[in-house]
Design a protein around this ligand. Sequence first.
Ligand SMILES: C[S@@+](CC[C@H](N)C(=O)[O-])C[C@H]1O[C@@H](n2cnc3c(N)ncnc32)[C@H](O)[C@@H]1O
Length: 236
Amino acid sequence: MKKPALDARLRAAAAYVRQDAVFADVGTDHAYLPLFLLAEGRITRAVCSDVNEGPLAKAKEHASEYPFLSKMSFHLADGLEALSSEGLTDIAVCGMGGELIADILSRAAFVKNNDIRLILQPMSRPEQLRRYLAAEGFCIEDETFVRAAGKSYVCMLVAYSGTPYALSPFAELFGAFPNVRNDAFLSYLFEKERSLRSAAKGIEQGGGDAATQRALLSDIEKFKMINHLEVAYDGT
Ligand SMILES: C[S@@+](CC[C@H](N)C(=O)[O-])C[C@H]1O[C@@H](n2cnc3c(N)ncnc32)[C@H](O)[C@@H]1O
């Protein structure tokens, strides 16, 4: 069976989708993820939504190359608006900034439901998304770091628990499942360390207070020591 090739980000997202899910892909663009899941026989129905007409037209055009149109619907919608009555079990929001993903969730009260699985893949600022999830009582059940197009990205498996909690600045930045055996995680850790060092230096050279950056750098040092990562990673 023909199926779209997914990059590592979307493969990580696909792996979190449950068998026989009623699946929504928010910001679907090319619809690769729902088409892949339909081709694999993993989902019973795919709700594809995008806020922009161009990407939604692309999704429809691409979907017409596959024999799944009867199991697909297409919605021109901002975030999860208009999707509350679709009976969704698993919802992916991939390939957007962490703040935008948090904003989309904040405008969809129906996702505060323990039966709904959220699969979130921020392209930037995952720490802002983790902070939002913790404050709103969404449990981050798992995370996978992957490399795609030469960069590290994280994909999160999330469900509502109703119990808000707080994350340390380190956990906001690196997640609750730091896996030192995963090269994608290590690259991310060392990239962040480098950018925090340069930010701290810049702030201090300008006479400012880099206490936040220095505290995080100290946590990173401790993490590296505990995990025998004393040698600076060269990022390759
Ligand atoms: C970079 S593409 C990601 C495509 C695919 N999800 C992926 O991860 O490869 C981002 C898509 O999100 C859509 N998008 C941006 N803001 C959105 C919103 N508020 N609601 C729905 N879709 C949105 C854009 O139009 C675009 O098609």
